[in-house]
Write a protein that binds this ligand. Sequence first.
Ligand SMILES: [Fe+2]
Ligand SMILES: [Fe+2]
Ligand SMILES: [Fe+2]
Length: 416
Amino acid sequence: MVKLFFNLLKTIPVFGPHSIQVAFLASQIAKELSLDEAFAFQAGLFHDIGILVPSEESFLFDDIDSSFLLMKDFSGKPLHLHSILGSFVMGSVPRLKPLSNVLLKHHFPAYFLDEKEKIDVYANIVFLADQVSKYYFLEEITFAEEIFLPLEDIKSFFFENVYKCTRTVLEREHTRWVLEDIKNGVFNEELLEEYLKIPSSRDDLIQMGKLVSFIIDSKSKFTAEHSWRVAILSQKLGSMLRRDHGETLFIAGLFHDVGKISVRYHLLEKPEKLNNEEYEEMKKHIHFSYRILLSERDKDWFLPAVRHHERLDGSGYPFRLKGDAMSTLDKIMQICDTFCAMVEQRPYRSPYTREEAIKKLEEQVMQGKYDKEVFGMLLEVLKDLDVKSLEIGETLRKQLREFTNEVLNRYAPLVR
Ligand SMILES: [Fe+2]
Ligand SMILES: [Fe+2]
Ligand SMILES: [Fe+2]
């Protein structure tokens, strides 16, 4: 699961390399302090995940450029919204829960922290690694002094020991050159491999899937709830076949459009039909999904997720597979994805009613694009399921608001 998130980050310009730099540097500092380097790596990797979480009306994460590094860091407050949102995300995934408070405090200066608390030390390590990474992105760094000089100004924000070890670590050419590689998009995966192999349960994956799909779906009001609906609908069809197929398709549904993280926001919202180039870019989300999910290729949900744009008659993409080459689970995912998209509004067309969508799908079944039997299963499920009423976004937003208020109350003196 950590690998999956690592792959996802790699597809986001600036934000991805920044997170990976912080992860690597934090791990090296932790090692120097005889702390858990894998834990520090994860803290660094996830430290800014809150920036991707849409809060209330604002969708922060599209077209992230290096300006986010400046904007969020110079507000002069220890408690940032993205720290709270990140802390919420980590708190909802059992396996990552220990990171929750690290993320919450990753902009706290040392005088708000307690050096005897391990979590506080990790938070301070991430804070310092974050600052170093920022210099890397704003400046060309060749010599260690070019990092040490600006660091001296903010020395008082860090525990003495953390600061000292960071300097030791950065004096090593190896550290600086790896950081430079990461900035240039070279990720030395063999080097990072050991940090990425953290075992996680299916429940962790499902929880992470809910959050990731919430982030993806919230990119545009037109796609809000899409992945969630596909997950629930295909789960119902799957469990008609076999109980555990339901869960398999549920996970596939949550992750199937994860590649949309790379589709530009204005394409999702464009009021006219997309031109040919734009359509190609939109189609390519499946390729990003494939790349991001590839580390999970031995899982039963992988193929249905990455084959949702294939069609029975070979007219789909990206592999142009034909009927026999695909499983029933693949075919279920294809039909559920299309049905959900049809009943959703798109900027250039109004939503189909359920009857219109069924009629349109039936025509395409006749043309040989979708599986007949699976279509029959869909009709069965739709008898007592109103796909449009499925939602998770509002529930999550409510939990987020409660969490945010609770944190703001707890740390009131820090935010005023
Ligand atoms: Fe950061
Ligand atoms: Fe898709
Ligand atoms: Fe989809």
